[in-house]
Design a protein around this ligand. Sequence first.
Ligand code: ADP
Ligand code: MG
Length: 452
Amino acid sequence: MTQDQWGQIKQDLLKTVGKNNYTNWIEPLELCGIADDTATFSVPTSFLGNYVSQNFGDLILYKVSGLAPTIRRIDFQVAANSTIKPSAQTRPTAAPARPKQATDTVLTSAPLDDRFTFDSFVVGKPNELAHAAAKRVAEGGPVTFNPLFLYGGVGLGKTHLMHAIAWELQSRGPALNVVYLSAEQFMYRFVQALRDRRMMDFKEMFRSVDVLMVDDVQFIAGKDSTQEEFFHTFNALVDQNKQIIISADRAPGEIENLEERIKSRLQCGLVVDLHPTDYELRLGILQSKVDVFANQYPGLQINDGVLEFLAHRISSNVRVLEGALTRLYAFASLVGHEISLELAQDCLADILRASERKVSIEEIQRQVSEHYNIRLSDMIGPKRVRSFARPRQVAMYLCKQMTSRSLPEIGRRFGGRDHTTVMHGVRRIEELRNQDDQIAEDIEILRRTLQG
Ligand code: ADP
Ligand code: MG
């Protein structure tokens, strides 16, 4: 493909994507090399490269391969001081020779997920503080707290919020060099720089970013030289008043094997946590996802009560919740009928089982003895009178059903009874459940209380 042909394709793209998109995203692309089956374009920022690749990549490749059938891939590389930074995957041999020492002076961000924006982030009590802090940083005003430290359990939205900040900062200031990396990627680049004896470049690269985000920083705990380098990078950027945003799965003070001076540095800014979701937030998230699915699967009905059921039963984390809904839609569209409660129970049995609250043998014993109004010691003790023996069997039955303990283990916890005794008790209750409404009801009530 020649520059002329690329010019032609650009004109063609202008018609397809419209004036605005063209000016923002296509115009800045420069064809800078063809090697084998790859056409390489230089872009002014990694953000632009990521955005174009995600949103127009297929279209551009389609047009390019129309004129130049040998091209099967396109690649975007950040231009630094009008020189081209070779990417790790492809080094276009046809590209004009570039001065070696000028390469790698611009740090490229890891790709951002275009679904992770503020628009798609549902705010509720458990995450409102973290959201507000993220919003504030995303405004890009004077740096007021540095770093912003976000922490919380798996799947609660840390990465989502960080990407949202990056998107927003970039759209407000396309020239800003916003770099998002996982702590693992930070380490990887550090180790690579060490290996290639290019530590000066590495330092310079990191010190020239405008906003640095490091996700899952707990990863560098125990990795001494990476921590050391992180600490220096961090300090250099703070000194230049550059915004830093960090996430971790726990509070700075609770990350084991992290140097004290780093912990205290991390606590200097604003530390906010994402709390576990509550029912309302889960329901809100599900509702917002249903709006998205409605476009994807037009005409697919979801019955009343299904979302409430999911929000109630799947409390582990948002990722699992989303996964459940995705599977439900895919399944319902395959079998071609509406999403009912039965379908949900059927098709999500494994997820529902996994997120059932874990109950302990002690809890079961305590609840059962309370329910039947007997003493815990009598439930566990040797007395065989019916008024103790029946509750004991109910408790054994629930232990078998609701925990993953083996029969011998359960026997041990009921005053050292033999596993055959437990088995007998479990069988007895299984029989009685079908014959005795009172027992069936007791079990239902107990099971529900235990599940919380
Ligand atoms: P973390 O980084 O904390 O482990 P993620 O940010 O990767 O979690 O979130 C997991 C998934 O849940 C993502 O798909 C994300 O979009 C979604 N998610 C989490 N919290 C929310 C929220 N408040 N609103 C919408 N989606 C959310
Ligand atoms: Mg994450």
